[in-house]
Write a protein that binds this ligand. Structure first.
Ligand SMILES: Cc1cc2nc3c(=O)[nH]c(=O)nc-3n(C[C@H](O)[C@H](O)[C@H](O)COP(=O)(O)O)c2cc1C
Length: 186
């Protein structure tokens, strides 16, 4: 199985308007595969403009924010492609779509790396950040999951939040759990 890098992906539309979304980019020789579901803005943008940036950040509020409608994060212009990356990212890659494998649910955009840059030292692992990423994935799948499974997974993830979160992780956790609560209470 290839490794998947959970990234902040930024695409642009024909008017150069950015769209931010967390995406799991699949590593392959010489690049990455982006596999956005149909329908999604990321997919439409990639069809219009075959470029994306992948930003590496430990600010998990960006992952959580995209799931709760907070997408207004500071951006910087990309260097080698039309587009933007996340200002404040530890590193970013600029990717160009080289080939598309069509699929009825999830087309695969095979991308080659045209530029990459490191901006800050890698901060290391944090369990609460991993828990927020998992909760963000749960939040993106609420319509597919039974409430008992959501409750059980949140209860487990809350342990890492309680033991290891800083302020940003707590804020991100609160955004996600508020949205999940509304969904469960229906
Ligand atoms: C960590 C993480 C990884 C995700 N990976 C994918 C992915 O690979 N493909 C996808 O379609 N959605 C993925 N999602 C869900 C999308 O971020 C979310 O549905 C998003 O809104 C995409 O739709 P949009 O482009 O219309 O915004 C992921 C979410 C999270 C939190």
């Amino acid at each position: 199985m290839p490794i998947i890098r959970e990234s902040i992906v930024i695409t642009t539309d024909a008017d150069n308007r950015p769209h931010i979304a967390p995406l799991g980019l699949i590593e392959e020789a010489g690049g990455f595969i982006a596999a956005p579901f149909i329908p999604s803005r990321t997919l439409e943008n990639l069809r219009e403009r075959p470029f994306l940036t992948a930003s590496v950040t430990d600010d998990v509020r960006v992952f959580a924010g995209c799931l709760v409608g907070r997408r207004d994060w500071p951006l910087a212009p990309a260097v080698k492609i039309p587009g933007f990356y996340l200002a404040g990212a530890h590193a970013h890659r600029e990717l160009e779509v080289a080939e598309v494998t069509e699929d009825e649910q999830r087309p695969r955009f095979h991308c080659r790396v045209v530029h990459e840059a490191a901006h800050a030292p890698a901060p290391g692992f944090n369990r609460a950040q991993a828990a927020v990423i998992e909760a963000a994935i749960l939040t993106s799948r609420l319509h597919m999951l039974p409430p008992e499974k959501i409750r059980a997974e949140l209860a487990y993830l809350a342990i890492a939040i309680g033991k290891t979160a800083g302020e940003r992780e707590r804020e991100a956790w609160e955004w996600l759990t508020a949205k999940i609560d509304v969904h469960i209470r229906g």
